[in-house]
Design a protein around this ligand. Sequence first.
Ligand code: NAD
Ligand code: MG
Length: 388
Amino acid sequence: ALPGFPRAVTILGATGSIGDSAFKVMRKHPDLFTVTALAGGRNGRKLAELCAEFRPAYACLLDDRARKEFLDHLPPDYRPETLIGPEGYERLAGLEKADLVLSAIVGAAGFGPTLAAAKKGKMICLANKESLVLGGHIIRRACRESGSVILPVDSEHNALFQGLAGHSREKELKRLILTASGGPFRGRDRRFLETVTRDQALDHPNWDMGAKISIDSATLMNKGLELIEACHLYGLPPERVDVVVHAQSIIHSLVEYVDGSQLAHLGLPDMQVPIAHCMCYPNRVAVDVPQLNLAEVGSLTFEQPDLTAFPCLRLAGEAYAAGPSHPIVLNAVNEVAVAAFLADTIRFLDIPAMIEDALGRHTAVDVSTPEAVLALDAQTHREAQAAL
Ligand code: NAD
Ligand code: MG
């Protein structure tokens, strides 16, 4: 067995796409993990199936209806302590017994639980990029105080983390280069984007992901959120984080050093790879993914992102530079707009338009406490919803 293993794991957002990939890794390495707690959202039945398999002592769901569905589907010989709502997620995130928390809730709802894990000194495997966009300044402070570490699950940031290993960042690092697949509408112009449908936008060429991040990939907001995530994780200003479109999603990002070296991380696009890297860090374990064969891939291509057709990436950089309250507004309006687009209430190009409009009207406010972050997030959600 590896030293320090098995690790006791809590998974928040266990019923989602990241959860699916994490369970594949855990099923392949049952000796490396025990499961302390699993949390889902509204999908009580799926969480019940996962809990029946992994037998955590704690579970959490979003509301009473989901909890009832969950309890109805549990095997008769097993009853975990079952909590509900934001307080429940936060409690699970901080449980004494867990070593590692996989933060994989989607959206701003991940902020409170991620912060709770950071305050309790957990090893945080972070998929929920929105929590850093909302309150990276607060989560970083909590990590410094508790000794908590963040291991980035997001494939680009995981690639950067690997490319940065062992180097004194300040002096030797020149810039970070995030790769972007370009999403399903790469190469398209605004005229084309005016009429695209929900199903077209959900159809990502390389990655199989949850609905919200798939739409974010189509608008390039995903890369915008990742730009902010990278600035927080690696302490760099947005001018030192560049984005290059790389349609094949084989290179997951690059680190450039002052001597001109660029270190790239390559792999087939499968989230099991960064998840296994984080959950087993600093060890490497086998993962069931096909072998990357570059001769079969043939060619890797690169191009500049088109910020006219896809303004969300530019808006994210501007929001981060404007200060800590602007990214909260950017993220909240994006969440409302993406949900409305998924519900066929607005059109694709209304997403960046709504965000640009809200950012234009926002004046910076103090968001140095978690309460202030959550209050601005909630207020912006209400205003964006009312404006639909
Ligand atoms: P998903 O929609 O497939 O799953 C989301 C999970 O969060 C589910 O378990 C759902 O029940 C739960 N959830 C939803 N709303 C909730 C709420 N209000 N409170 C508590 N739980 C709630 O999403 P996903 O694709 O797995 O993405 C999860 C996170 O990981 C996102 O932040 C996303 O940006 C990030 N991420 C995902 C991928 C990917 O390949 N899917 C890659 C990189 C980063
Ligand atoms: Mg990513």
